[in-house]
Design a protein around this ligand. Structure first.
Ligand SMILES: *[C@@H]1O[C@H](CO)[C@@H](O)[C@H](O)[C@H]1NC(C)=O
Ligand SMILES: *[C@@H]1O[C@H](CO)[C@@H](O)[C@H](O)[C@H]1NC(C)=O
Ligand SMILES: *[C@@H]1O[C@H](CO)[C@@H](O)[C@H](O)[C@H]1NC(C)=O
Ligand SMILES: *[C@@H]1O[C@H](CO)[C@@H](O)[C@H](O)[C@H]1NC(C)=O
Ligand SMILES: *[C@@H]1O[C@H](CO)[C@@H](O)[C@H](O)[C@H]1NC(C)=O
Length: 262
C-alpha cells in the first residue's frame, strides 16, 4: 500500500515538473542593465528551499533566511534575492555574467528546476566611416570606403543604400577591428548608412560623401589650381585673341597704304 502511493507520487511529480528535461529560458540583456530571473512563485512558504546556482551556488532562501554565496567574487554587490518570490536580480550586469543560471525549488508542493540562459551583450560602439586611402591614387571616379567598429563580439555590420541592404558581415568572436567596404562614385547622390547591431540594439552612422570622399590630395591641388587658373586663362585668351584680331585688322588696312608708294 505504502509502496503503491510512493510510486504514484513520484509519477505525478515527474509528469508535472519534468525532472529530466529542465526548462531552459533564454534571456538577453544589455551590459550595465539589470535583469530579474523569475521563479514565478508569488509567495514562498517557510519550508520552501530556493537555490540559485551559477556554476556553484550563489544564493539561497530557506526558512526565511537568505544566504548569498559569491565564493568566486564574480558579482560583488550585484545580487539581490527577493524574500517574497525568491526571484534573483542582477544589477549593473557585466558580460562575464553570461551563462547558465540554475534554479532549484524544493517545496512540499513539488520540486522544480529551471535553467536561465543569460546572454549579456556589450554596449556597441558607433561605427566609423573612413576611405581606404591606399585606393586613392588608383581610382579617380570611384571612392572606396570602409565602415569599421573596434573590439566587438556577436555583431553584424551592414551597409544600407536608402532602405535596402547592400552588404553585411557577422561575427561571433571578438574582433579587434571589423570592417566592411563600400564603393561609390564621387557624383553619387544616394543616401548611405552603416549600421552595427546585435540582437538587442544598434547604432547608425550616415555617410557624408563630401566629407569622406574628396579627391586624392594630389588631384585636389591640381583641381583647385585649374579652378583658380581658369578665369585668368579665359581673360588671357580673350585678350590675346582680341589683340591679334586688332593687329590683323590694322595691318590689313595699312597694307595697301604701305604698298602704294612701292
Ligand atoms: C523582506 O524584505 C523586505 C525588504 O526587502 C523587508 O522589509 C521584509 O521585512 C522582509 N521580509 C521578511 C519576511 O524577511
Ligand atoms: C544559450 O544561448 C546561447 C546563445 O544565445 C546558445 O549558443 C547556447 O547553446 C544556449 N545554451 C543552452 C544550454 O541552451
Ligand atoms: C584597400 O586598399 C588596399 C591597398 O591598396 C587593398 O589591398 C585593399 O583591397 C583595399 N580594400 C578594399 C576593400 O578595397
Ligand atoms: C580595443 O581593445 C584593446 C585591448 O583591450 C584596447 O587596447 C583598445 O584601446 C581598444 N580599442 C577601442 C577603440 O576600444
Ligand atoms: C535599430 O533599432 C531600432 C529600435 O531601436 C529599430 O527600429 C531598427 O529597426 C533597428 N535597425 C536595424 C538595422 O536593426
Amino acid at each position: 500500500m505504502l509502496l503503491c502511493c510512493l510510486i504514484w507520487i513520484v509519477t505525478i511529480k515527474k509528469g508535472v515538473f519534468g525532472v529530466n528535461g529542465d526548462e531552459v529560458k533564454s534571456v538577453s540583456v544589455m551590459e550595465g542593465d539589470s535583469v530579474t530571473l523569475h521563479t514565478h512563485l508569488t509567495h514562498i512558504q517557510r519550508q520552501d528551499q530556493i537555490l540559485w546556482m551559477f556554476g556553484p551556488r550563489i544564493a539561497e532562501i530557506y526558512k526565511e533566511i537568505i544566504d548569498m554565496f559569491d565564493s568566486r567574487k564574480t558579482f560583488g554587490d550585484r545580487l539581490k534575492l527577493n524574500n517574497q518570490t525568491g526571484s534573483l536580480t542582477i544589477t549593473n550586469i557585466r558580460t562575464e555574467h553570461t551563462g547558465l543560471y540554475k534554479l532549484q525549488i524544493r517545496s512540499y508542493r513539488g520540486d522544480s528546476d529551471k535553467i536561465f540562459n543569460v546572454t549579456v551583450y556589450a554596449r556597441l560602439p558607433v561605427p566609423v566611416i573612413i576611405r581606404n586611402s591606399s585606393q586613392c591614387s588608383s581610382s579617380l571616379e570611384k571612392c572606396v570606403l570602409l565602415c569599421s567598429v573596434m573590439n566587438v563580439t556577436h555583431v553584424s555590420l551592414s551597409w544600407y543604400k536608402g532602405n535596402s541592404l547592400l552588404s553585411s558581415i557577422s561575427v561571433s568572436d571578438l574582433n579587434i577591428r571589423l570592417s566592411l567596404p563600400l564603393e561609390v562614385e564621387y557624383q553619387d547622390t544616394n543616401t548611405y548608412r552603416c549600421v552595427v547591431n546585435n540582437p538587442i540594439t544598434n547604432h547608425t552612422q550616415h555617410l557624408n560623401l563630401n566629407d569622406v570622399c574628396q579627391l586624392c590630395s594630389g588631384s585636389v591641388e591640381l583641381h583647385s589650381h585649374l579652378k583658380r587658373l581658369t578665369p585668368s586663362l579665359v581673360y588671357a585668351l580673350v585678350g590675346v585673341t582680341a589683340t591679334a584680331l586688332l593687329v590683323y585688322y590694322f595691318r590689313s588696312k595699312q597694307e595697301p597704304k604701305i604698298k602704294t608708294p612701292v
